[in-house]
Design a protein around this ligand. Structure first.
Ligand code: EPZ
Length: 431
């Protein structure tokens, strides 16, 4: 298994190009199942999860051709990758366990398969490192659209032989994936669907905008009430994936924690307001640029800031671990409360092994800032926890070795390259 080795203590300086958002790209790829015409997605990041989704779609009979240079950017360039995805005819409707186990977002094929093919068989995702993460809300909402759902042998068996029918759905809690699955299913349902208490995450907005380009009629995009007028069919479209606000926030925090100065090119600051508020509260300078924003901490130590994760526009749970690394070396104490997932503090013991002073009490962590961290051998069990250890390694004295790098490869494209270009001493050891 690959490892990443960092010699810390160097301020990051330079420019980082932000790629397309993984969590927008995955539902957009699933949306290709809704039409027999090609959906051409650009600015796709080159990540393990994208390859897993492509593999799943191919299993369903979807054809995918890659055109890395179509918009001049090339793979990983400013325009990312381009996939032309054509679900001409669906040959299978099963998402098997071996793929769903690798990536929970595979469950996003459920809504579109059911709406287009009238049936779907999707492995139940089961729990994962950050919590139990059930999909009950997706299933209940699809049942409200008329789907018949049974759970057998670890699979969701869903049927809607006479198609889906619009309904008024109130989500009891905000669910990003649930909103996305229902948006896609409702686009091909008969009549009107209202999704109340819908997720407002920019990735949901991206999906809704792409569906509109595909001919769907959706009102209330960006609000917590989405109204969808179902259509008989959708058409192909060209769509560019929104820049990744979590990659943006991660590199912004990397610049701050190392006392550096980094420009995040292609970033959308208006999608990162809660993260920018924490940065400025901690004493970091954030300045808009023509095509993104820059982050600088040139004078003095960081200040501790309290924060709580919340659905968008609140502080993202996907930035909580990175925020904890920042607070670990800030002056004073901060309280970080996780309200979305019940077990998202696995980075805490690893940060403590690097010298951080953090105590967890239920859903909150008290972080008492220390003057500095020291390098260590660490590992983490999920993507964001792993990257918080990369940030800690960049700030720490001495050498940090991050194991289980495959977690990072799921969500950060060319991580070492981007950081090394800003002066980080970071390398991957392939084994
Ligand atoms: C999405 O997961 C993201 N994944 C996650 O990013 C992100 O952390 C999460 O949204 C919250 O922002 C993708 O977009 C692919 P939810 P999702 O449904 O859709 C509970 C990363 O690091 N819930 O909004 O699975 C659930 O257990 C990943 O990139 C139910 O109880 O999240 C959680 O506590 C990790 N029943 C809460 O709701 C359901 O049926 C929010 O989950 C659905 C969800």
């Amino acid at each position: 298994m690959d490892r990443i080795i960092i010699r810390g203590g160097r301020p990051l300086k330079g420019e980082i190009q932000i790629g397309g958002a993984k969590n927008a790209a995955l539902p957009l790829m699933a949306a290709s199942l809704l039409t027999s015409e090609p959906l051409r997605l650009s600015n796709l990041p080159h990540l393990a999860d994208i390859s897993t989704m492509a593999k799943l779609l191919r299993k369903l009979g979807v054809e995918i051709s890659m055109d890395g240079n179509a918009t001049g950017g090339g793979p990983g360039g400013p325009d990312g990758r381009v996939f032309a995805i054509t679900a001409g005819e669906l040959t299978h409707t099963t998402a098997p366990y071996d793929l769903v186990r690798k990536m929970r977002a595979s469950v996003l094929v459920l809504g579109p398969l059911l709406a287009r093919a009238g049936r779907a068989r999707v492995s139940l995702p089961g729990g994962c490192a950050i919590g139990t993460r059930p999909v009950d809300l997706h299933l209940k909402a699809l049942e409200q659209l008329g789907a018949e759902i049974e759970l057998t042998e670890g699979y969701i068996e869903a049927k809607a032989e006479n198609g889906l029918t619009g309904a008024h759905i109130v989500f009891p809690m905000v669910t990003v994936g649930g909103t996305e699955n229902l948006l896609m299913a409702a686009s091909l349902a008969r009549g009107e669907t209202v999704l109340a208490n819908a997720a407002r995450e920019p990735e949901v907005v991206d999906l809704a905008q792409c569906l509109v380009k595909m001919g769907a009629r959706i009102d209330g995009i960006g609000t917590d009430t989405l109204t969808i007028q179902g259509a008989d069919g959708l058409n192909g479209a060209d769509y560019a994936v929104v820049p990744d606000r979590i990659e943006t926030g991660t590199y912004a925090f990397a610049a701050a924690v190392t006392g550096g100065e980094v420009t995040l090119t292609g970033a959308r600051p208006e999608l990162c307001e809660a993260v920018i508020k924490v940065l400025t509260g901690a004493g970091v300078e954030v300045t808009p640029t023509n095509n993104g924003f820059s982050v600088a901490r040139t004078n003095g130590r960081l200040r501790g800031v309290d924060m709580m994760t919340d659905p968008y526009p609140g502080f993202p749970t996907d930035m909580q671990a990175q925020a904890m690394t920042l607070m670990a070396v800030a002056e004073g104490a901060s309280m970080i409360t996780e309200t979305i997932f019940e077990n998202r503090f696995m980075h805490v013991p690893e940060l403590c092994r690097m010298g951080a002073d953090i105590n967890v009490h239920g859903a909150s962590a008290i972080v008492r800032g220390v003057k500095g961290l020291s390098g260590a051998q660490v590992m983490a069990t999920d993507l964001r926890a792993s990257v918080s250890l990369v940030l800690a390694g960049l700030a720490a004295e001495g050498e940090t070795v991050i194991n289980r790098v495959y977690h990072l490869d799921r969500g950060y494209e060319r991580l070492e390259e981007k950081l090394a270009a800003c002066g980080a001493d970071i390398r991957r050891v392939r084994e």
